[in-house]
Design a protein around this ligand. Structure first.
Ligand SMILES: [Fe+2]
Length: 374
């Protein structure tokens, strides 16, 4: 009898492995703040809530701008990233999650100095080294069971001519290695993966103050027709979207906008998981940093951006890209429960204290729930 029970439980676990389809994972982004580069209170609160309430989640994706970073002192950025890892330790120490527990991609705040990328690779060595030649360890992909995940950087450093550091500069706001991405997704589909999730820092459809510099990088004071540089950025973004669509990507997960927002545009689901502590913005065309009034758009100024970016937009303020747009101005994390024919998405968030954009003003609770059909 004892052997029969053992045999039965072995059969159950083998069949569980064979037919395992479901996967639960979590997305977060943008936790920069003033406690050694991190908004410690907000990030810790979200992490504690997640560890307590999502015991079956396998890992966390983090879509960049972990910390403030520094333009002049790369050692400061290193200290901040080490501090971030400390704040995230309840996840790193969570025995329910699988290696490496948190998958990261850089944001623009992690790439402000020529030494930053190399330092980032050293701090986060647990990634696959299958990315493009010039982005190894920064862009990468992997399969988890039948699910394919791609992390591709939208913010890098341009090293210019060898031995000429005067040519070095930041190189942000676009996906550079689109051939690598397309080939990666093509091979994934040929392997028969059940779904594909792509993560990068910058949104293809900005929802807040970054109308000027998400992936399209159109700049302030939009001039039409676009000059050749702006047109090139727009072409890169449009080609990126074409690739996501061609390989039926289940969701594009990003941050950069310090807001939560989700929408489908032309068959692509974009999910902005954009504040796990970074100062909350407002939805476009409004911007919330009074120190930067030049970043404010009026609705009339925003309309040419909507048109150029191929948004649906309505009349009045806070018009958004898609008919199914839902946005919440809250700190949040997003739970993806991937099933055979659909993904159940549940977003947990906390609202800011009145008249603040960095301080918690409520408990963490469900702020959105929707289904992505596969
Ligand atoms: Fe950013």
């Amino acid at each position: 009898m004892k052997y029969l029970i053992k045999l039965f439980s072995l059969m159950l676990s083998v069949s569980g492995m064979l037919f395992a389809q479901n996967l639960k994972f979590i997305a977060m982004s943008d936790s920069r703040g003033s406690d050694l580069g991190v908004n410690k209170k907000v990030l810790s609160t979200l992490v504690e809530h997640m560890v307590k309430t999502q015991p079956d989640a396998k890992f966390v994706l983090f879509a960049g701008d972990l910390v403030d970073g520094s333009k002049t002192n790369p050692d400061q950025t290193v200290k901040e990233l080490m501090n971030w890892k400390e704040v995230m330790s309840p996840i790193y120490n969570n025995p329910n999650m699988v290696w490496p527990k948190i998958w990261v991609v850089v944001g623009n705040h992690e790439v402000q100095h020529p030494k930053d990328e190399e330092n980032f690779r050293k701090i986060f060595p647990d990634v696959f080294l299958n990315g493009p030649e010039d982005e190894k360890g920064i862009s990468y992909s992997f399969d988890y069971e039948k699910h394919h995940f791609v992390f591709v950087t939208s913010d890098r450093w341009y090293y210019g001519k060898p031995n000429d550091s005067t040519d070095d500069k930041r190189d942000w706001h676009y996906i550079k290695n689109l051939d690598w991405l397309e080939n990666d997704l093509k091979e994934a589909r040929e392997r028969g993966v059940s779904d594909i999730f792509v993560t990068s820092h910058e949104p293809a459809f900005p929802i807040g103050g970054h109308l000027r510099d998400g992936l399209p990088n159109l700049g302030l004071k939009l001039k039409l027709p676009l000059d050749s540089t702006r047109q090139w950025y727009l072409n890169q973004r449009n080609e990126f979207l074409r690739i996501l669509k061609a390989y039926k990507v289940t969701a594009y997960i990003c941050g950069h906008e310090h807001l939560y927002g989700r929408e489908s545009v032309d068959g692509i689901y974009q999910i902005v998981a954009g504040s796990s502590g970074a100062p909350l913005y407002y939805f476009n065309p409004k911007y919330d940093e009074p120190k930067n009034p030049e970043h404010e758009f009026t609705y009339e100024e925003a309309v040419p951006y909507y048109q150029t970016l191929n948004y649906f937009y309505g009349t009045g303020e806070n018009s958004q890209a898609s008919k199914d747009f839902v946005g919440v101005r809250a700190f949040e994390y997003v739970v993806f429960d991937v099933k055979k024919n659909k993904v159940d998405v549940t977003t947990y968030g906390a609202f800011p204290k009145e008249k603040t954009n960095t301080v918690l003003g409520s408990e963490v609770k469900i702020i959105d729930k929707f289904i992505i059909k596969k």
